[in-house]
Design a protein around this ligand. Structure first.
Ligand SMILES: Cc1cc2nc3c(=O)[nH]c(=O)nc-3n(C[C@H](O)[C@H](O)[C@H](O)COP(=O)(O)OP(=O)(O)OC[C@H]3O[C@@H](n4cnc5c(N)ncnc54)[C@H](O)[C@@H]3O)c2cc1C
Length: 410
């Protein structure tokens, strides 16, 4: 067994782990990034990259953002098509005014490509050492360091960042309490060719079918003329239905009155694969003595939209900023690292409160139907829905019962 010493150990090279490492790349730290898979690797996802992802990427060192715009296979997306349970749809652009040549507010990019792009950037920094095909299997904490064991290596570091996804071994080591099912959603996705009815400007589609509420079916136009399609449901509902997700998926695309015609000539070009999403409704300690948790390991997925990449990257950015001080003072106590928890709380708690309410409201089919029907006829309301993507106050407004009561009379 090979033995290594580092300043910082990062478990997991997804968007959270890579963002942390890249933000610290020029700070003189000796960093190990320990990843169980070999890149490029498959990641089950809808592949939608929101404005949050782009804004974190813009602040990464070097030319990462420009390289992403120039070099990565992706398609731009300019808005969302919402379909209500009554199957009426509305197109909501991400922007109310657009100028020639501006960058798209969002993209769809296969995680196989996106994650591999970020991962590839790590290799530009000699102080970041990458260990692929090494699963973090055991941890122990001493007064002076944290120790990690994988199949072939033993690592010592001052602190560990658990960026190892929803089933994080780092989180389970420090906080082994079981987590209630209501804090998870399960998503299943597959890639298709020849799905009809795709929006001319690649609007991503969220289709709120009554059988999935508050979850939804998505159709995201992807690269090479393919489509990433799938659906997410609360885990508690999946358990209640006692039905296989692949079976539900096939049933929907074969028999549902809205989906069946669109998938009639489609070919499925991948396996349908499912994975869990850890929702931001779960409160937990995201730091403690010699550890911090990022991204999915820290339950940072938006409870309404299921978006997690941007939040994972934002947590990596926050962690990088916070860790500078403990390294300067050589203090990795729970107290010192508590600053990370406090910053994560400040950054996400209000947003998650709002999106949790939206998740609950989305469970109500009639409310959804009413909002979409009113917005189809009322430009002021549809502009308000557009503004919700960039303005948290407007999102909050959408969680107030008075807002919906007012709509009844519009
Ligand atoms: C079906 C589905 C659809 C989704 N769609 C979207 C979407 O369209 N847009 C969006 O923004 N979000 C979406 N999400 C959420 C998004 O995928 C996650 O929030 C995001 O990947 C979190 O990034 P992360 O870096 O925290 O974790 P991950 O991306 O999961 O990366 C964790 C890494 O840790 C590695 N790892 C795990 N265990 C160990 C171990 N013991 N030792 C070493 N390495 C380990 C893994 O191999 C992996 O590379 C979706 C999720 C699902 C399941």
């Amino acid at each position: 067994m090979a033995y290594h010493e580092f300043d910082l150990l990062i478990a997991g090279a997804g968007p959270a782990g890579c963002t942390l490492a890249l933000n610290l790349a020029e700070k003189g730290l000796h960093i190990a990034i320990i990843e169980k898979d070999f890149f490029p690797r498959n990641k089950i996802c809808g592949d939608a990259l929101s404005g949050k992802v782009l804004s974190v990427m813009k602040r990464l060192p070097g030319s990462i953002y420009d390289d992403f715009l120039k070099g990565v296979d992706k398609i731009p997306s300019w808005g969302i098509r919402f379909t209500a349970p009554n199957l009426h749809s509305i197109d909501i652009p991400f922007l109310t005014d657009r100028t020639e040549g501006m960058q798209a507010p969002g993209y769809v990019c296969r995680r196989y490509d996106f994650d591999n792009f970020l991962f590839g950037k790590l290799k530009e920094y000699p102080n970041i050492q990458i260990f692929q095909g090494e699963r973090v299997a055991g941890l122990s904490v001493t007064p002076d360091y944290i120790q990690v064991k994988t199949g072939n290596h033993e690592f010592r570091g001052q602190v560990i960042a658990g960026a190892d996804g929803v089933h994080s071994i780092v989180r389970k080591f420090f906080d082994p309490k079981p987590i209630e099912k209501k804090h998870f959603c399960i998503g299943i996705r597959a890639y298709f060719e020849n799905v009809s009815g795709i929006h001319a400007e690649n609007f991503i589609e969220l289709i709120f079918l009554k059988e999935l509420l508050p979850g939804y079916f998505w159709i995201f136009p992807s690269t090479q003329g393919k489509v990433n399609a799938g659906f997410g449901m609360l885990q508690s509902q999946v358990v209640k239905r006692k039905e296989n997700l692949v079976h539900i998926f096939n049933e929907l695309i074969t028999n549902h009155p809205l989906l069946a015609p669109r998938f009639k000539n489609a070919t499925c070009v991948s396996k349908a694969e499912a994975h869990s999403l850890p929702l931001g409704t779960r409160h937990l300690n995201r730091s403690g003595n010699r550890y911090i948790l990022l991204g999915d390991a820290a339950f940072l997925v938006d409870p309404f939209s299921g978006e997690g990449i941007g939040n994972a990257m934002a947590s990596g950015e926050i962690a990088a900023a916070i860790l500078e001080d403990p390294f300067r003072k050589n203090d990795f106590s729970a107290n010192a690292l508590g600053a990370y928890d406090a910053r994560i709380h400040r950054r996400f708690s209000q947003e998650f409160k709002t999106t949790s309410i939206m998740q609950r409201l989305a469970g109500s089919a009639w409310l959804f139907n009413m909002v979409v029907d009113k917005a189809r006829k009322n430009k002021e309301l549809s502009d308000l829905l557009t503004a919700m993507f960039t303005n948290e106050d407007i999102m909050k407004k959408l969680t107030r019962p008075g807002f919906y009561a007012g709509l009844l009379f519009k």
